[in-house]
Design a protein around this ligand. Structure first.
Ligand SMILES: O=C(O)C1=C[C@@H](OP(=O)(O)O)[C@@H](O)[C@H](O)C1
Ligand SMILES: C=C(OP(=O)(O)O)C(=O)O
Length: 413
């Protein structure tokens, strides 16, 4: 492997064995924020991915004047709320792409709560200058109340909820409009409750009643979004392919467990075993329609598998993909086309994946600074040789991805 590109070849025969997954970065980064607010408690199996290592480093650096959230959305959004409520004065910045990812909804809400935040460059986008916390007087016992739109990023809502226990009378968040990535809000709720918060989910109204966080221990689950790439490999592997993934739970807080149901249609059966899952092949369905509103991070994996298998796939709920690590819709369209597959927008945000004569014969996949582009296309190497550009992008969420592929029998050059 060199830092510019990596060529993948499959050694032949069915895929088998056990693959190690990273710990969930979403659980890790919430647990770290809550632990920092709770003051103590032990976290087991924290992710070794860059997004989590970065969160740990920035939380530990109590004196830094500039904090660089790099390309990590959860770090940028969760830290904005954390730094505000802990009355820090600092500049919170990120990569060029982070400076294009909107943050106004969160900044507006935090300003209403008492945060002094200025935009250091462009209105509505990072970097942010945090200038302290000066909440106005609150009426006795009245929850601070916010109305927050839910269609841009659920991370704003999670960030606000997590600081709810720090507000004297608690927090009520009225969710406005369509809410995307809702399972991530439920994960926030579950972790907050685990650490003693008093949380009420009233549908479009979420309440955090006054109650301090309590120290608690927690073991982070393996990452279901990362598991999706192994589902893709079992789906696309030679007949008889199977794989075991430790550390995944049947009752998970991660919405990306939705991959179990999706892959049942794309040729993979899931069996929950003692400490994880065992994936085996089953016949795929000829067509599938799926709404990705609740699980946007699975969209690339599923689009690539459907294209390679010739499944007629209709995808909805992809709106948030345009503002992630890259414009993932444009990136998928460009890269799928080089394999003879198309992601076409039909009416009303409906996208259809079709393939004329799908072939894998040495294409070079551009990854656009997006870990999920690299990992979603890598399983195609089971169908032919393939080169992935900028392979180090996987460090954001799954640093061991390439070494795990090598252990599974891929030749990497
Ligand atoms: O809260 C989280 O941990 C995340 C929420 C989702 O983002 P959006 O809420 O912006 O869709 C997801 O795409 C991201 O990878 C992680
Ligand atoms: C969108 C993602 O991450 P984030 O928004 O946290 O940068 C992702 O991991 O796919």
């Amino acid at each position: 492997m060199n830092s510019i590109s990596l060529t993948l070849r499959w050694s032949g025969g069915p895929l088998s064995g056990t693959a190690q997954l990273p710990a969930s970065k979403s659980e890790s980064n919430r647990a770290l924020i809550i632990q920092a607010l709770a003051g103590s408690g032990h976290l087991d199996n924290l992710s070794d991915a860059n997004d989590t290592q970065l969160m740990q480093r920035l939380l530990a650096d109590g004196a830094a004047e500039t904090l660089d959230a790099e390309d990590a959305g959860t770090v940028m959004r969760f830290l904005t709320a954390y730094l505000a409520v802990t009355n820090r004065h600092a500049l919170l910045t990120g990569t060029a792409r982070m400076k294009e990812r909107p943050i106004m909804v969160l900044v507006d809400a935090l300003r209403e709560l008492g945060a002094q935040i200025e935009y250091a460059e462009t209105e509505g986008f990072p970097p942010l200058r945090l200038q302290g916390w000066q909440p106005g007087p609150t009426a006795d016992g009245e929850l601070a109340e916010l109305s927050v739109r839910g269609d841009i990023s659920s991370q704003y809502i999670s960030a606000l909820l997590m600081i709810g226990p720090m507000l004297p009378n608690g927090l009520r968040v009225n969710l406005v409009g369509k809410v995307g990535s809702r399972p991530y809000i439920r994960m926030t709720q579950a972790l907050m409750q685990h650490f003693g918060a008093n949380f009420r989910d009233l549908g479009t109204v979420l309440e955090v009643r006054p109650a301090a966080y309590q120290a608690a221990d927690y073991t982070i689950e393996s990452d279901w979004s990362a598991a999706s790439y192994w589902y893709a490999m079992v789906a696309l592997g030679p007949a008889g392919s199977e794989i075991t993934l430790p550390g995944l739970r049947q009752y998970s807080w991660q919405g990306d467990q939705a991959i179990v149901g999706i892959m049942e249609k794309l040729g993979v059966a899931t069996e929950f075993v003692a400490d994880g899952v065992r994936l085996t092949q089953i016949p795929p369905a000829p067509e599938l329609t799926h709404d990705f509103t609740d699980c946007p991070d699975l969209a690339q994996t599923v689009a690539v598998v459907a294209a390679a298998q010739g499944t007629n796939l209709v995808m909805t709920g992809l709106e948030s993909l345009r503002i992630k690590e890259t414009d993932r819709i444009a990136a998928l369209q460009t890269e799928l086309a080089s394999f003879g597959a198309y992601l076409l927008e039909e009416a009303d945000e409906h996208f259809r994946v079709t393939a004329e004569s799908f072939r894998v014969d040495g294409q070079e996949v551009s990854t656009y600074h997006d870990h999920r582009m690299a990992m979603a296309f890598a399983p195609l190497a089971l169908r032919g040789p393939l080169t992935i550009q900028d392979p180090k992008v996987v460090r954001k969420s799954y640093p061991q991805f390439w070494s795990e592929l090598e252990k599974a029998g891929f030749q990497i050059g």
